[in-house]
Ligand binder design. Structure first.
Ligand code: AMP
Ligand code: GLY
Length: 426
């Protein structure tokens, strides 16, 4: 099979690494990819910006048999619908939901209403827009604290605000709705109750009716040790999640996963792809914080290494709507990843520094590239999150220690990583 993978982050390197191990994968193309993915297949440049005409042409010209979509953007913009509507691409499966289904991530209001229709536990909420602005002001003024404001649409991970007093909440609400703080994305705002607990990520792959669960993971979003400082795209991840015991995971499956997949099926949503459940454990019970319509990053960098199945077989079964024939097998060991970022990230940072030490090899570690690019024989930094080192171990501590050993061999100017990933499980 010829496979095209869209995206350029650590998630895509991990997926490319896994796809390229399958003997069913004849040629793998990654658009645009990074220096790491170019070791698993061929990087190509395709515009994903406004329409998918270039992607379509490439798929037809290169006889692509399957497209795997890494990030949410092309899904929310309707790449699945675009391929389905064109005779020359209708037979090529695209792993990801339709634009309608991708609203589970692309619209917080859509996701909340879906959860309400299907009785899926989530924080109590109301949604407001310009027309209902005054009602929103009154609602917020009487709301318990803290209070959570969410821009309805995609806002590059910045659209969620947790406010600890009413003055701040009302000011932010005004900025979002009246001043378009997040552009179109905050024309509508979801105002919700604050939930206190510990978060984790659960991943399903569905064919629209059946589903399989992939290894679960916990990511570390804050830049600083002990989860302090600004939010980032993710500074590390561990899998499995030590506190997610069988009892809790049974609740997750019965109360969250099954009602979600059944809801997708009942509503006849065209969805062949990953569902990412961002969960919070409140007391002993799971609540959904958010859905994403793709895999997580950096969670994928620990999920793929623990997945024993041939990923091409699994994705083909999803495309054929035969996921009921698949049993997922997981590596029993822990996998932990530690992300190395550019100095200054998540604020301003410089790119283009040479990375050394990448050829350091140990049996239990993998280096996944995120923001990197090749320049002749060198590999240069090309983003905020530069690379992640994933290691296996019999405990979280052992796996993280191995990753840190590898990171000591790697260097680029102003490199930073959190040295406490998995700290609460040591
Ligand atoms: P989201 O973009 O929906 O994932 O939200 C970003 C982060 O905000 C989440 O990972 C949580 O840490 C936090 N968050 C979102 N909603 C809530 C909530 N209702 N209660 C507490 N924290 C929340
Ligand atoms: N790690 C969180 C995300 O991918 O959105």
């Amino acid at each position: 099979m010829n496979i095209l993978l869209l995206g350029s982050g650590g998630r895509e390197h991990a997926i490319a690494w896994k796809l390229s191990q399958s003997n069913q994968c004849t040629q793998l193309f990654i658009a645009p990819g990074n220096a790491g993915t170019s070791e698993c297949g061929k990087n190509i440049n395709l515009s994903l910006a406004n329409d998918f005409a270039e992607v379509k042409k490439f798929c037809v010209d290169t006889a692509i048999d399957m497209v795997v979509v890494g990030p949410e953007d092309p899904l929310v913009k309707g790449i699945v619908d675009f391929f389905a509507a064109d005779v020359s691409t209708a037979a090529i499966p695209v792993i990801g939901p339709s634009a309608y289904g991708a609203q589970l991530e692309g619209s917080k209001a859509f996701a909340k209403a879906f959860m309400q229709r299907h009785n899926i536990p989530t924080a109590a909420y109301k949604e407001f827009s310009t027309e209902t602005y005054q009602e929103g002001v009154q609602y917020i003024a009487k709301h318990t604290l803290p209070i959570v404001l969410k821009a309805d649409g995609l806002a590059a991970g910045k659209g969620v605000l947790i406010c600890t007093n009413h003055v701040e909440a009302l000011a932010e609400f005004e900025l979002m709705i009246q001043q378009s703080k997040f552009g179109e994305a905050s024309k509508k705002v979801v105002v919700e109750e604050f939930l206190s607990g510990i978060e984790m990520s659960v991943f399903a792959l569905t064919d629209g009716k059946n589903y399989v669960l992939l290894p679960d993971a916990k990511d570390y979003k804050r830049i600083g040790v002990a989860d302090t400082g600004l939010n980032t795209g993710g500074m590390g991840a561990v899998s499995p999640v030590p506190f997610a015991d069988d009892d809790f995971m049974n609740k997750v499956e019965e109360q969250v996963i099954k009602p979600t997949i059944n809801g997708i099926y009942k509503e006849q949503i065209n969805y062949t792809g990953f569902v990412f459940f961002g969960l919070i454990k409140v007391g002993e019970n799971p609540f959904v914080i958010e859905y994403n319509c793709r895999m997580g990053d950096p969670e994928t960098e620990v999920v793929m290494p623990r997945l024993k199945n041939d990923l091409v077989t699994v994705l083909k079964a999803a495309a054929a709507k035969k996921l009921d024939t698949i049993t997922v097998e997981c590596d029993e060991r822990y996998a932990c990843t530690v992300v190395a970022v550019s100095g200054g990230y998540p604020g301003d940072f410089e790119k283009g520094f040479e990375i050394t030490g990448l050829d350091y090899k140990t049996p239990d570690s993998l280096i996944f590239h995120a923001g990197t690019k090749k320049a002749y024989d060198a590999v240069l930094t090309n983003g905020g999150r530069v690379l992640c080192v994933t290691s296996y171990g019999d405990s979280v501590g052992e796996a993280v220690d191995k990753s840190k050993e590898v990171l000591k061999q790697i260097s680029f100017e102003d490199m930073y990583y959190r040295n406490d990933i998995g700290y609460e499980f040591l």
